[in-house]
Design a protein around this ligand. Structure first.
Ligand code: SF4
Length: 718
């Protein structure tokens, strides 16, 4: 666009997984405004505080201060990084990576990427790792976000496909929100719930959460469960549904398997046991089960409270069990519906962007799936050795097993648990490559090579939101400085590496982003997420579409499993025999507080973008630890007093904030604040870096998602 010419371009908000459509106003050189896209089915013109201030994050003066605008390189750790050309930087990288593969094997390389990349970026990263480098050591920050939801869907329904859609909110009779402060984390979806309640006063909302959040305050029934007790809650609700004949035996017989074993297990989950375990009343538990089971359509919305747990997969599966047993699935207004945290965690999963997945929801462990992907890519085979997942990958970097780590569009030096280990790993790595739009993240401090990438309003490609809806968008602004698109960086490097490895140089033939998407599209043929009927042109002309959308279809599929057939070997959904296990680190006399973590309303992740907008600090201007008034009184702590919050892994000094959200014995800290906002010491005496210096490194055995939602802590006046 020529400077001065005013344009309006359709895009999506780059924050949460609601995937709201935005119209970006620009003058050809800068973004001048942003407003909700009235035609986008995710938001119909609405935006929350984060989305409506997006244009401020693209302010050119600010960009100069915070953006990485040219490649930087250092050849030795005791040097500063210096500005370098793309040519010399990419040559250096190809040489180092090839030499490391030759000397130590492909698994000495690791890629840690992001649910904020576009689908096309994700696709080429995955192909680079699994098809060219030949390692499955590629994982993403989606491991911290949705991997328990993925494992839960696959174990029960047979595929990683959220079965419901946003329209189901309008059709539900009961909405069960669990482990999600939807009003803060998915605000536009929450507004849809508020509207549905206005239109249908009979609609009941149940919220189960350890905190009385703004979402919980508005509920018809609030279950203030103790952290980590979700499986007991769901099994207890199923127990009651069984006793009160609220299950659908005909549906169970016709469309599921494994109910007998589960029935045996949930027999022990009596209302008294469950109420005591969860810290709620029997009366409320029974009411919740009755509302859930008796309703014509119950929709569950859930997020990190279920996923970020050492029992994350069991929590997801136990909730889906409840939906299957009561036939609250595959019909309007009903179903288990995971709310995606990041804007494109769904797209990443679609292209197989996790250490255990392959393109189009294929499994790495499945030899046929590996052969299919190898055929598609034109390579001999795809490696079968399981790749390292997020926490494992950084442990392998620290131990020296992984020599080179390539990090793109994410900030593990703030977001992973056990920060001390992560930072040791980054110091220990032979080479740290950081591909980033922002030069201000904590991880950039550890980079030997900084590759400057484009970001929101500059990129072209597709994202998929929580309801399987793909949106395509075009760039608004030219690339600033010497930045490149993420996919361009990957294919430039990949072509050089192919050459060094003596390969034909045919793996990355793309000249534009559409060609990458077309290859991804072909990989979905015949799979549950088949999009062979879609094209960039259709997405542009007809707007965002839901998958599946196979060849010959004229529309995507709103809701899955309405025919009662599931993508499992038998065609039946599977009940998983879920058993409640307590949190990994229970509280005790020395560490008596249950610390939970979560989002604040107006910030996003590690704040590299949202932290640049002044008005987004008006809701919460600084980090704090929320405590119950009774706990503060007992310790003679006044509002605003500084306290030490200490776990077995580190300690931080934060102001205390009395909150009626929190019950006695609990504490809450927002997840966003990094080291520039927080002071403290690690267990080794070194500085600590935000709330994840306190959290537990344990993870779910199935999904490998870390337990970021519970740690035992003590709190003492500073
Ligand atoms: Fe952006 Fe999510 Fe807010 Fe929509 S709800 S405007 S996607 S942050």
């Amino acid at each position: 666009t020529a400077a001065g010419a005013r344009t309006e371009t359709k895009a999506t908000c780059c924050y949460c997984g609601v995937g709201c459509g935005v119209i970006v106003e620009s003058d050809g050189e800068k973004v001048t405004g942003v407003r909700g896209d009235p035609d986008h089915p995710a938001n119909f013109g609405r935006l929350c505080t984060k989305g409506s201030t997006l244009h401020l994050t693209a302010n050119p003066v600010l960009q100069q201060q915070v953006r990485a605008l040219h490649p930087e390189l250092r050849l030795a750790r005791n040097q500063q990084r210096e500005r370098a050309s793309w040519e010399s930087t990419m040559d250096f990288l190809a040489r180092r990576v090839e030499a490391t593969i030759r000397e130590h094997g492909p698994d000495s390389i690791g890629f840690y990427i992001s649910g904020q990349l576009l689908t096309e970026d994700y696709y080429v990263f995955n192909k680079l790792a699994k098809g060219l480098v030949r390692t499955n050591n590629i994982d993403t920050n989606s491991r911290l976000c949705m991997s328990s939801a993925v494992a839960g869907y696959k174990q029960t329904l047979g595929a990683d496909a959220p079965p419901a859609c946003y329209e189901d909110i309008d059709e539900a009779q009961v909405i069960f929100i669990v482990g999600s402060n939807t009003a803060y984390a998915h605000p536009i979806l929450y507004r849809r719930i508020e509207e549905a309640r206005k239109k249908n006063p009979a609609l009941k909302v149940i919220v189960a959460d350890p905190r009385r959040t703004d979402t919980a305050r508005e509920a018809d029934l609030f279950l203030p469960i103790l952290p980590g007790t979700d499986v007991a809650l769901f099994n207890g609700m199923l127990h009651i549904c069984l006793w009160e004949d609220l299950i659908d035996t005909a549906y169970i017989d016709a469309h599921t398997e494994g109910f007998v074993e589960l029935k045996r297990t949930v027999r022990d989950y009596t209302p008294k046991f469950v109420a005591d375990t969860c810290g709620i009343t029997e009366e409320d538990l029974i009411r919740a089960a009755r509302w859930f089971g008796q309703s014509k359509a119950t929709l569950s919305l859930y997020c990190q409270g279920l996923n970020q747990s050492a029992a994350g997969t069991a929590k997801n599966a136990a909730l889906i069990n409840l939906h299957l047993a009561t036939h609250q699935i595959g019909k309007p207004g009903a179903g288990p519906f995971s709310l995606t945290g990041q804007p494109n965690a769904m797209g990443g999963r679609e292209v197989g962007g996790l250490a255990n997945l392959l393109s189009a929801h294929r499994d790495m462990a499945n030899p046929e799936h590996r052969a299919e992907v190898a055929r598609l890519w034109g390579v001999d085979d795809v490696p079968s050795t399981p790749g390292k997942t997020a926490v494992e990958m950084f442990e392998a970097v620290r131990s020296g097993e992984i020599k080179i780590i390539w990090i793109a569009c994410t900030n593990p030096a703030q977001s992973l648990p056990e920060q001390k280990m992560v930072r040791e790993a980054l110091k220990h790595a032979e080479l740290v490559i950081v591909q980033e739009a922002y030069r201000t993240t904590a991880t950039v401090d550890y980079a030997d090579v900084l590759l400057p990438a484009t970001t929101w309003s500059e990129k072209e490609g597709t994202v998929t939101n929580s309801e399987r809806r793909i949106t395509r968008f075009k760039p608004v602004l030219p690339k600033p400085g010497e930045t490149r698109h993420d996919w361009e960086i990957v294919i430039d490097f990949a072509r050089r590496l192919e050459q060094r490895m003596g390969k034909a140089g045919t793996l990355f033939p793309y000249e534009n982003v559409e060609q990458i998407w077309n290859e991804h599209r072909e990989s979905t043929r015949g799979r549950d997420l088949d999009i062979t009927g879609l094209s960039y042109r259709i997405l542009e002309q007809q707007g965002p579409q839901q998958w599946p959308y196979p060849e010959g279809a004229v529309t995507g599929k709103k809701r899955l499993y309405e025919d009662g057939i599931f993508p499992t070997a038998s065609g039946r959904a599977r009940f998983v025999d879920t058993v409640y296990k307590p949190v990994v680190e229970p509280v005790d006399a020395r560490f008596p507080f249950r610390l939970t973590t979560g989002r604040l309303r107006d910030q996003w992740h590690g704040m590299s973008r949202s932290g640049t907008v002044a008005q987004l600090f008006s809701h919460a201007s600084e980090p704090a630890v929320m405590l119950a008034q009774s706990d503060m009184d007992r310790r003679m702590i006044a509002n605003g007093d500084l306290v030490h919050v200490t776990s077995r892994r580190g300690s931080q000094i934060l102001p205390a904030l009395a909150s009626d959200e929190i019950r006695a014995g609990q504490a809450f800290i927002g997840m966003h604040w990094g080291e520039e906002y927080v002071s403290g010491r690690g267990s080794d005496g070194a500085g600590t870096y935000g709330v994840n210096a306190l959290t537990v490194p344990a993870f779910c055995p199935s999904s490998k998602q870390p337990e970021l939602k519970h740690a035992a802590t003590k709190i003492l006046k500073a």
